[in-house]
Design a protein around this ligand. Sequence first.
Ligand SMILES: *[C@@H]1O[C@H](CO)[C@@H](O)[C@H](O)[C@H]1NC(C)=O
Ligand SMILES: *[C@@H]1O[C@H](CO)[C@@H](O)[C@H](O)[C@H]1NC(C)=O
Ligand SMILES: *[C@@H]1O[C@H](CO)[C@@H](O)[C@H](O)[C@H]1NC(C)=O
Ligand SMILES: *[C@@H]1O[C@H](CO)[C@@H](O)[C@H](O)[C@H]1NC(C)=O
Ligand SMILES: *[C@@H]1O[C@H](CO)[C@@H](O)[C@H](O)[C@H]1NC(C)=O
Ligand SMILES: *[C@@H]1O[C@H](CO)[C@@H](O)[C@H](O)[C@H]1NC(C)=O
Ligand SMILES: *[C@@H]1O[C@H](CO)[C@@H](O)[C@H](O)[C@H]1NC(C)=O
Length: 338
Amino acid sequence: MRPILLTATCALALFLIDPGDGLLRVILDFDRWEVNNGSAFFNMEKFRVRKFNRTISVMNGTGVLLVDLDNRYSYGVHFARSAQGNNQFNAYPMKLAAKPFCDFINVYYREYQHLFLKNTNLPFVPPEGLCPFPNGTYWAKDLHLDSSVIPVVVPEGLWRCTTDLVDTHSDGLMKVIIDFNHWDLINGTDILSMESVRVRKYNRTMSVLNGTITFLVDLDNTYEYGFNFARSAQGNNQYHAYPMKIASKPICDFLATYYREFQEQFLKFSNLPHVPEEGLCPFPKGKYWVKDAYVDSSLIPIVIPEGYWKASPELRIVKTGELVATGSFYVKLTKELV
Ligand SMILES: *[C@@H]1O[C@H](CO)[C@@H](O)[C@H](O)[C@H]1NC(C)=O
Ligand SMILES: *[C@@H]1O[C@H](CO)[C@@H](O)[C@H](O)[C@H]1NC(C)=O
Ligand SMILES: *[C@@H]1O[C@H](CO)[C@@H](O)[C@H](O)[C@H]1NC(C)=O
Ligand SMILES: *[C@@H]1O[C@H](CO)[C@@H](O)[C@H](O)[C@H]1NC(C)=O
Ligand SMILES: *[C@@H]1O[C@H](CO)[C@@H](O)[C@H](O)[C@H]1NC(C)=O
Ligand SMILES: *[C@@H]1O[C@H](CO)[C@@H](O)[C@H](O)[C@H]1NC(C)=O
Ligand SMILES: *[C@@H]1O[C@H](CO)[C@@H](O)[C@H](O)[C@H]1NC(C)=O
């Protein structure tokens, strides 16, 4: 099992202004942020950067932290600078060295938390520390970074901060087992047919998909594709939306990014076309067979809780947002010591 590396990058513009009193002031403006493979940890869909006034932007919205973060994770921040603001970033020799998560919070964050507590509902970290940092829904309202904490000697420019969250325990102590149960195609029969696909028991712990999927139309970027997830902890068919998603993207972009990285999994047990580095667009219509197809559980982050899960793909028309094909795959997720 690969260790999970979750990176988040943010871009900050730092510039100096002269308010006319002869003293220069540092202005820090939030530009954008991006999270890589963090969907098992965070949902930041409802979190936005908004222009607040001429000089600053603020963060507004709600983010969901899905798991408790404790010292099993390490966390660090490093910086790079683009002097021209042209996205040519050079590593800057200033960093917050990676530390176990709770130690990071207690050492670096606690001292500056007053900057965040005013505009968010983040928990207060007392002098004795807070561990784990609890999962929950956190809001921020007109949150901006107080520039007075930045020394005037830090050079102007566009800055990129990258945070790394590493799961130091994902070295195979536990493994995830995914078992298909059944699937429903709710609509979209004019786009694809899965009528001949069956779920078959393969061995004690796994079921597989077998059969032929027919795509009736070429799929190009006039369509977008994404996944939602819901979970039933008890397996009693009461599914609750889980705030984890694979965000919708135009379908060729989806194939070139999310799918391409994992396609080796699918190519093993199907005749789906290979997506080359430069992408494949449109995804050609045709009949594709799958034989003894299963989800390689090493792709599933160990932090995702056990239970009965429903994964619902959605195919929409980009222009109108119309949902043209959807359905659900029902799977059981368990964890086993190895
Ligand atoms: C997470 O993303 C990084 C960079 O985007 C990549 O190198 C790494 O392999 C990814 N990790 C997992 C577990 O997907
Ligand atoms: C941020 O959200 C609040 C309400 O939640 C709103 O009053 C405020 O105008 C928003 N700020 C910006 C800059 O959009
Ligand atoms: C923008 O808002 C910040 C925070 O309230 C304030 O310090 C700054 O002076 C404002 N700038 C302008 C140009 O109004
Ligand atoms: C989320 O928080 C609840 C309540 O503290 C806890 O019982 C649960 O184990 C946490 N979930 C995860 C995935 O950390
Ligand atoms: C799936 O189909 C193939 C032939 O298409 C067959 O050999 C295999 O046994 C089937 N798998 C199961 C679990 O029924
Ligand atoms: C079931 O088959 C999968 C894939 O070949 C294998 O990884 C797993 O260990 C098998 N489980 C049992 C109980 O045989
Ligand atoms: C497909 O089903 C969804 C959900 O039931 C519905 O919102 C959508 O309008 C349907 N689309 C078509 C083309 O029937």
